[in-house]
Design a protein around this ligand. Structure first.
Ligand code: 4AD
Ligand code: MG
Length: 502
C-alpha cells in the first residue's frame, strides 16, 4: 500500500490532457442559468417528453426544470427518432442558444445525439401526465423521476445537510450510536429482534425459554429504537453530541405519520435544563426551515403550487388555512407557543370541540394525548407549533427527570413534546433524571433491569450533571417542510406493517 504522500504525487503527475473522461457534461440546473453564446455543451439525462419529432424535454434530476433539446429535421434517421421515448436516456452534444419558445431562456440545438439506454414506451409506467401518489408508491423505484419526488428528495437531502451544519456550527460532536443493541431505550417494547438462531429449532433453557447465550451476541438483541442512551454517555464527555441515524419500531401503526424504519436526530447536551432544551429545539427547527428556503426555493415553490392544487379538490371547510410557503415563513418568523400539559388538558376541556363531544377519545388529566387532541391544540387553538412540557410521569419514559413539588397524585416529569400543524408530534425530549437514587427507584418501579443498565447508571455515579436532549423525527420534519401528507412519500422506500418492497 502506498503512503498518503505517494498517492498525492501520483495524482499530481497525471496529465490532464490524457485523462479519458466520459462525464464531460454540464448539469441541467447549471445550463439553465448560463448565458447562451452558441457554446458547445454536453448534457445527459432522461427524456421526459418528445414533441413533434423535434423538441425533447430532458431531465437529469438536478432540477425539475427540463432543458429543451431541439432536433432539427434531418439530423437523425427515423429509427433513432423512434427510440427517443419517455424514460430513455440520452447524451446530447449541441449549442447552447437563446430559446425562442416560451418558458425557458435557453435551449440546446443538437449536433449529436446518442441513445444511452432505450425505454420501451409501451412498458414504461411513467407517462408525461399526473399520476396519483398511491400509484407512485407502488413504483417507488421509478418515482424519483417525477417532479414531486424530485423536489421532495432534493429537499430531504438539503435538510439532512442542514442538520449537520447546524450542530457543527455549534460545536456538537456527531456520535454514531449502534444500530444493534441489547437495550430498549424507550422501555416501550416495540423492538425488532436481531438473531441468528434457527427459529424452528431454537436452543432452549431448562424452563423452555429460548437460550440466547447460544445466539450470535450471546444475549438477546434488537434493532435500536433510539440512540439516546448511548448519546447520553457521549454527552457526559463531549458536553454536546448528536446522533442522526435510522431507528426501528415494531409498532403496528398504519398511519400517515408512522414508519417501522425512520431516521431520527437526537442531540444530547450536558449542562442543559428543560428550558435550554426547548430553546435549542425551536432554534433547530427554524434553522432547518430557513436553510431550505435559502437553498431550495424552486422546489418549495413547486410543492407550494402542488399543495394549493390539492387543496382545491377539498371542500372549503377542510382546506388548510395557510399555503406551504406561507406556513413556513410564519414558523420561522414567530416563536413557538409554550404550555404545560396541565394547561393543554384544560384548553381541551374548555374547547367547544370537547363540549360538542367531537373528540373520539376522552380528555382528562393523565391521558396520553391522542393525535386528535394534539392537532386540535396546534391547528385549531394556537395555529402554530406548540411546545408542551410537564407530562404525567406515568405515561413517559423512565429516564425523564421527576419534577419537584408536584401536587399529590399529579407527579410530572420534565418532558417536552413539540407539536406541529398538520403533523402532530414532531419532537419528543426531556431533561434527564441525573439523580442516581431517584433514577434507580423509577427504574425499579417500571421494571427496567438495573443490572443490565449498569453502564447507563455509571454516568450518574461518576460526575453526573443536569442534562437534556430530544429526538426530531426526520421524516416528520421533511413532511412539514414539503407539505406531503403521507410519511411514505418522504422516505425513499417506506417500511410499514406488511410492506417491505424494494
Ligand atoms: O418521542 P420519541 O419516541 O422519543 C425518543 O425516542 C427519545 N429517545 C428522543 C430523545 O429524547 N432523544 O421519538 C422522537 C420523535 C417523535 O417525536 C417523532 O417525530 C419521531 O421521533 N417518531 C417517528 N417517526 C416516524 N415513525 C415512527 N414510528 C416514529 N416514532 C417516533
Ligand atoms: Mg414521543
Amino acid at each position: 500500500m502506498a503512503t498518503g504522500g505517494g498517492l498525492v504525487i501520483f495524482g499530481a503527475f497525471r496529465n490532464k490532457a490524457t485523462i479519458k473522461m466520459f462525464n464531460k457534461r454540464t448539469k441541467i440546473k447549471a445550463l439553465l442559468a448560463t448565458e447562451p453564446q452558441n457554446q458547445e455543451v454536453i448534457v445527459m439525462g432522461w427524456v421526459r417528453s418528445f414533441r413533434n419529432n423535434q423538441f425533447i424535454a430532458l431531465n437529469d434530476g438536478s432540477t425539475n426544470n427540463n432543458i429543451q433539446v431541439v432536433v432539427e429535421l434531418g439530423l437523425l434517421d427515423d429509427a433513432t427518432l423512434k427510440r427517443i421515448t419517455t424514460g430513455a436516456s440520452l447524451k446530447v452534444t449541441g449549442e447552447l442558444i437563446a430559446s425562442l419558445g416560451k418558458g425557458q431562456k435557453v435551449e440546446i440545438k443538437a449536433k449529436h445525439l446518442e441513445i444511452l439506454g432505450d425505454s420501451d414506451a409501451e412498458k414504461f409506467p411513467l407517462q408525461p401526465k399526473k399520476h396519483s401518489l398511491e400509484f407512485l408508491r407502488e413504483i417507488a423505484h421509478l418515482r424519483f423521476r417525477t417532479n414531486t419526488f424530485g423536489s421532495v428528495f432534493r429537499l430531504r437531502h438539503s435538510l439532512a445537510f442542514a442538520v449537520h451544519q447546524f450542530f457543527n456550527e455549534k460545536g456538537f460532536i456527531y456520535l454514531h450510536t449502534p444500530i444493534i443493541t441489547s437495550s430498549d431505550a424507550e422501555g416501550a417494547g416495540e423492538m425488532f429482534r436481531v438473531t441468528t438462531l434457527p427459529f424452528d429449532n431454537a436452543p432452549r433453557n431448562e424452563d423452555g425459554s429460548v437460550n440466547f447465550k447460544e445466539d450470535f451476541f450471546g444475549k438477546s438483541t434488537n434493532l435500536t429504537v433510539s440512540g439516546q442512551l448511548e448519546g447520553e454517555l457521549g454527552a457526559m464527555a463531549f458536553s454536546e453530541i448528536y446522533t442522526f441515524g435510522p431507528t426501528f419500531r415494531a409498532e403496528n401503526s398504519n398511519t400517515a405519520r408512522h414508519l417501522a424504519e425512520f431516521w431520527m436526530i437526537e442531540p444530547e447536551m450536558a449542562f442543559h435544563d428543560i428550558e435550554d432544551n426547548q430553546n435549542l429545539a425551536e432554534e433547530f427547527i427554524q434553522y432547518l426551515i430557513r436553510y431550505a428556503m435559502e437553498h431550495n426555493m424552486e422546489d418549495l415553490e413547486f410543492l407550494d403550487a402542488r399543495l394549493a392544487e390539492e387543496e382545491k379538490q377539498k371542500p372549503q371547510n377542510e382546506r388548510a388555512e395557510f399555503g406551504l410557503l406561507e406556513k413556513l415563513r410564519f414558523v420561522v418568523d414567530n416563536q413557538f407557543e409554550r404550555i404545560t400539559y396541565t394547561e393543554a388538558i384544560q384548553i381541551l376541556l374548555d374547547s367547544p370541540h370537547y363540549k360538542k363531544k367531537k373528540f373520539k377519545y376522552d380528555v382528562s388529566w393523565g391521558i396520553d394525548m391522542q393525535s386528535e387532541h394534539e392537532r386540535y391544540l396546534v391547528e385549531k387553538h394556537f395555529k402554530k407549533p406548540v411546545i408542551v412540557t410537564g407530562y404525567p410521569a406515568a405515561i413517559k419514559a423512565f429516564y425523564m427527570r421527576l419534577n419537584d413539588g408536584c401536587e399529590p397524585g399529579r407527579q410530572t416529569v420534565a418532558a417536552m413534546d413539540i407539536l406541529a400543524p398538520g403533523i402532530g408530534e414532531i419532537v419528543g425530549g426531556s431533561q434527564r433524571e441525573e439523580r442516581l437514587d431517584k433514577l434507580e427507584k423509577r427504574m425499579a418501579e417500571m421494571h427496567i433491569p438495573a443490572a443490565e443498565m449498569s453502564w447507563y447508571l455509571d454516568t450518574r455515579r461518576f460526575g453526573t450533571v443536569p442534562h437534556a436532549g430530544f429526538g426530531l423525527g426526520f421524516e416528520r420534519m421533511v413532511q412539514f417542510v414539503t407539505g406531503m401528507t403521507n410519511i411514505r412519500d418522504v422516505i425513499a422506500f417506506a417500511r410499514t406493517p406488511k410492506n417491505c418492497e424494494f
